[in-house]
Write a protein that binds this ligand. Structure first.
Ligand code: SAM
Length: 262
């Protein structure tokens, strides 16, 4: 038991060190870093009451929720998007991290579970976030309403396999915009090959499968400044470009994309 306490303390210190390095690399101010750590503490506390995420340790939340989300920033910065949607955001990841890190961008969080949206509302109010709105509902419904084709970028992490995710995200993105999905995909990219049809039918084209860490040939941060890759939630960023408008029939009724993927 004593050994476990010691190793947990070491895990926490190491991951905190990694967080500081990555946060510095993506240009976060000290107060932004403090806000993100406060977010992780609030989630850790609230999670024991409301079960918002399966990641329960303090160091796990920093590695899998904060650092993992920060790896998206160099790719998002290239697009300088002004409107982003996070589909299936859960407790707010990666969306809340992006919103705190880039307050000049507008972020919409979407999730179908009410208690998760209540958590976002509490964070938005406690942290005074003026660039975030949280929408309770299924992406299939929301994409039929006024938010359809209104975002520059849709991000999503650990929501569904790519065939399903394409139908949930592409209808929300305007032509010329992108879906950036954080995923762990196998070396043969079988999941992506299977998704070609769905992506095409919804108006998109698979552009890149990017390594989350090295960015444009430049090491994002050095290896010893990262938590072990197994501790991160995703290793690739799948980039899909929205080339044509999504036909009105997509997305299909709630639940159908998952039950019968395109
Ligand atoms: N993106 C978060 C993360 O990486 O920590 C949460 C991942 S969690 C495994 C998947 C989330 O997607 C859940 O909170 C679930 O409620 C939400 N979700 C799944 N299908 C959805 C849909 N069709 N519309 C809206 N939210 C959905």
């Amino acid at each position: 038991f004593r050994q476990r306490i010691v190793s947990t303390a070491t895990d926490y210190e190491h991951v905190l060190h990694c967080f500081g390095k990555v946060a510095h690399r993506v240009g976060l101010s000290v107060s932004q870093q403090q806000s993100l750590l406060k977010l992780s503490e609030t989630l850790h506390r609230t999670n024991s009451l409301y079960n918002l995420t399966g990641i329960r340790t303090r160091h796990g939340i920093i590695a899998k929720h904060l650092i993992d989300a920060l790896t998206l920033l160099p790719f998002l910065d290239e697009q300088a998007p002004n409107r982003i949607v996070d589909v299936g955001t859960g407790a707010g990841f990666p969306g809340l991290v992006i919103a705190i890190s880039r307050p000049e961008w507008s972020m919409t969080l979407v999730d179908s579970v009410r208690k998760k949206v209540s958590f976002h509302e509490q964070i938005i109010s406690d942290f005074g976030l003026r660039n975030v709105q949280s929408v309770w509902g299924r992406a299939e419904h929301i994409a039929k309403g006024q938010l359809r084709e209104s975002f520059c970028i849709a991000v999503a992490r650990s929501v569904a396999e790519m065939r399903v995710l394409a139908e949930l995200t592409l209808p929300l993105v305007q032509v010329g915009g992108y879906v950036m999905a954080q995923k762990t995909v196998d070396a043969q990219h079988k999941e992506l090959i299977a998704a070609e049809n769905s992506i095409r039918l919804c108006g998109g084209q698979l552009l890149h499968v990017l390594d989350a860490w090295p960015s444009r040939g430049v090491e994002f941060v050095s290896a010893q400044d990262l938590p072990p890759l197994a501790d991160l939630a995703s290793n690739k960023i799948i980039v899909v470009k929205k080339e044509r408008r999504t036909p009105a029939k997509y997305p299909r009724r709630a639940g159908v994309p998952k039950k019968t993927p395109l």
